[in-house]
Design a binder for this molecule. Sequence first.
Ligand SMILES: Cc1cc2nc3c(=O)[nH]c(=O)nc-3n(C[C@H](O)[C@H](O)[C@H](O)COP(=O)(O)OP(=O)(O)OC[C@H]3O[C@@H](n4cnc5c(N)ncnc54)[C@H](O)[C@@H]3O)c2cc1C
Ligand SMILES: NC(=O)c1ccc[n+]([C@@H]2O[C@H](COP(=O)([O-])OP(=O)(O)OC[C@H]3O[C@@H](n4cnc5c(N)ncnc54)[C@H](O)[C@@H]3O)[C@@H](O)[C@H]2O)c1
Length: 444
Amino acid sequence: MECDVVVIGLGPGGEHAATSLAKAGLSVVGVDERLVGGECPYYGCIPTKMMIAAADRLRTARHAGTADVRPDWKPVADRIRDEATDDWNDQVAVDRLVAAGAHFARGRGRITAPRTVTVTAPDGAATSCTARRGIVLNTGTTPSAPPVAGLADTPYWTNRDVVQLTELPASLAVLGGGAIGSEIAQAFAAFEVKVTVIEAADRILAVEEPEASAAVAQAFAEDGITVLTSARAERVEHDDDGFRVQLADRVVTADRLLVAAGRRNNLTGLGLEHVGLDPQSRVLEPDERMRVADGVWAIGDITGKGAFTHMSMYQADLVIRDLTGADGPWADYRAVGRVTFTAPEVGSVGLTEAAARARGLDVKTATGDLGTRGWIAGESGPIKLVAAQGVLVGGTVVGSMGGEVLSALVTAIHARVPITTLADMHFAYPTFHRALQPVLRALL
Ligand SMILES: Cc1cc2nc3c(=O)[nH]c(=O)nc-3n(C[C@H](O)[C@H](O)[C@H](O)COP(=O)(O)OP(=O)(O)OC[C@H]3O[C@@H](n4cnc5c(N)ncnc54)[C@H](O)[C@@H]3O)c2cc1C
Ligand SMILES: NC(=O)c1ccc[n+]([C@@H]2O[C@H](COP(=O)([O-])OP(=O)(O)OC[C@H]3O[C@@H](n4cnc5c(N)ncnc54)[C@H](O)[C@@H]3O)[C@@H](O)[C@H]2O)c1
């Protein structure tokens, strides 16, 4: 078979690239061995945010003192199955891709020569495809389990199991207090699951500002979640009574164990050596047009620029531009926003203070809180801004609207708006975003 472009892996960015390039008139073959759309719609963002939306409602009802708040997981499980994942069936996505003019091949794609991909279908049949223009890689990640004694022999869960639950356990141990572990831990706790988070670093959400970690840890304590930090699992056992996680100084017991300790990029066995790349690569470093080798582009989590759906989509846009002869703009990662959907949310953009200092920038920081609106709403949460040479380079807003207030900071960093200009803007009273003003003025 011959075509212009083969896209291996149809995560959010791969699907977007394949669809858009086909619509632009290129002949495109999209390859996926699992579900078209990737981790986000079936096992990641969407089902977990549905859990969190339900947990938020429970929390609101409890805070309002509503009598008789009884959590019921069934509507959540039904909604994830019916509305988010179509019972983990991607036919709608496949039809959309084909309607755009692309050819879809279900199977495992592997580069077997420059501009050549071999697809092995689930029945073992292999088909080769020559891509005249090139190959786009969007193979994403797989949950990785740390090398803890005994763990591999136990029926531990990953995010892919948790989103398919029809019933919740009475207790859950969560190995890893990053974004996945923290979001799921808190959603389950709202449904009265007894949750223990075991985190190897000295704080949960360790990639965020310490002030954000502290605020979320405080909320977890109020939710009855046990958080163990600087805690490494040494051995895991499972029997009819559930899981036993041995730490240096104690044993954590729980009915179930969720492993959320990081992800592994799907680069093994991809045939990278056929295009001059190291087959042992753990990450692919793209140029500003997402090219990683002659006739090969990489997008999404495998590029290590931030494991987010919006990053995968952003990078897909760059590939689409490159392959359709557009003249940029090309990659710019200064203003990457991210939101961890805990309660409170952690919205952050750009560099943390530590990351900015590690880059040798002449850093100035200022902190504040959610101001009048926070006081009215009965919410507290830190705001922290990081500046260098008169412009913002990073910012964090923690609060129920943290991810929304963030957009002002993303705009400021993206457009390099001087802090003198930002500090003199109109900020409506009493909004959450108005709380940015005193923090900006403290940077002048
Ligand atoms: C629980 C969870 C919650 C998340 N929440 C958020 C969130 O709220 N916001 C956010 O922005 N991000 C979130 N993420 C991250 C987000 O899901 C990913 O960043 C996003 O899916 C982009 O990934 P990707 O494009 O690299 O590919 P993926 O989505 O990982 O898809 C890769 C695809 O490639 C296919 N594939 C792999 N190898 C091959 C091969 N050799 N041949 C054929 N097909 C192959 C796979 O089957 C898969 O369909 C979350 C992730 C998880 C796990
Ligand atoms: N809201 C969002 O945007 C969102 C939500 C979920 C996931 N994601 C993306 O998915 C990526 C992966 O998420 P993740 O939470 O799996 O990974 P992560 O790397 O963010 O967090 C993993 C955590 O596990 C800890 N850990 C590792 N080994 C351990 C061990 N043996 N014992 C105890 N703790 C251990 C690490 O210290 C780390 O804090 C994130 O980086 C993020 O980009 C995004």
